[in-house]
Design a protein around this ligand. Sequence first.
Ligand code: PMP
Length: 353
Amino acid sequence: MKRPDPRPDLDKLQPYYSSETAGGRIFLHANENPYPPPDDVLNEIFEAAAKIELNRYPDPEPIELIEELASYAGVDRSWIWIGDGSNEVLLQACLAYGGPGRTALMFEPTYVMHQRQARMSGMDVEVVAREADFSIDVDRATSAIKEKSPAIVFVCTPNNPTGTVTPVADVHRIAEAASGALVIVDEAYFEFCGLTVAGDLPDFPNVLVARTLSKAFRLASVRLGYGIGDPVLLEQMRRVRMPYAQSAFTQLAATVAVRRRAEMLPIVDQIVAERDRLIETLAKVARVEVFGSGANFVLFRYPEAARLLDELAGRGIVIRDFSHLKGCENCLRVTAGTPAENDSFLEVVTTLV
Ligand code: PMP
């Protein structure tokens, strides 16, 4: 008997790995929200969850959730797409608008899944390097778009792992240059900077904004992401959607969390304050170069990144190594945790010798 051969182009795709977490006690590697939802919100979710009929399929079109997301995003409900985490939304966009023989263009270093999602759909990938400060040079971006004629352009803002915010006007220029291609604006972290292109979408029928409840909404384990875009654009994505994709629990938890956003979101201010404290403190450490961030994490460079990572791991503090990414040599990324968690991290970094 012979084993089957995988798709030949799979060799361009490496499985996704995050940091080693065994032995960890403070987890600042995955850009999670360190605070669970308030008790009151949790109680509502778990009381309602007891009534879920597990033998039945979940609602194929959870209107209440879609309406809550539409009201939060300030659009009509026909402009909302939901997926199992924004990762699924991004993959579905690639499956519908990418595929073999087409090209995805992205500005690296950026979220490593974008390249994988494009390749999973069979696309070729063209990379435009970000500047040394990780901003996007829009003139270079627009000429690359003209030259490569991509079917999909990814813009991540705030950008993971660098934290860089791309000004809204620059996103507009990129979207104009990419007329006829799908522009995916990944706004997973938008609540931590407040800048979005969601309100401008009526002028940009080629833009899909991808967002998530995993970060500001504190629901990483629930797996709910959403897209915002022109209904005609979303219509094509229905072709690549699984039936009954979001579990009944996911629908329930997400609906309650977004409906009760007035209780869920004020925590963002605390996280932003802690992020800024991380930046200010890191900036004072000798041989550390720290980058500005509009997200809930901070990227910094330290010439002995590997040693620092080991020292932190020895104390059970897990952050994420990005040294292997082009442009991020010796760079580490730390998520803004609780003040106590950040203190533990900063204590190690500020006593570096
Ligand atoms: N986009 C970006 C930029 C991210 O950093 C992440 C998660 N780290 C995602 C999308 C995916 O998040 P989720 O699937 O949890 O919605």
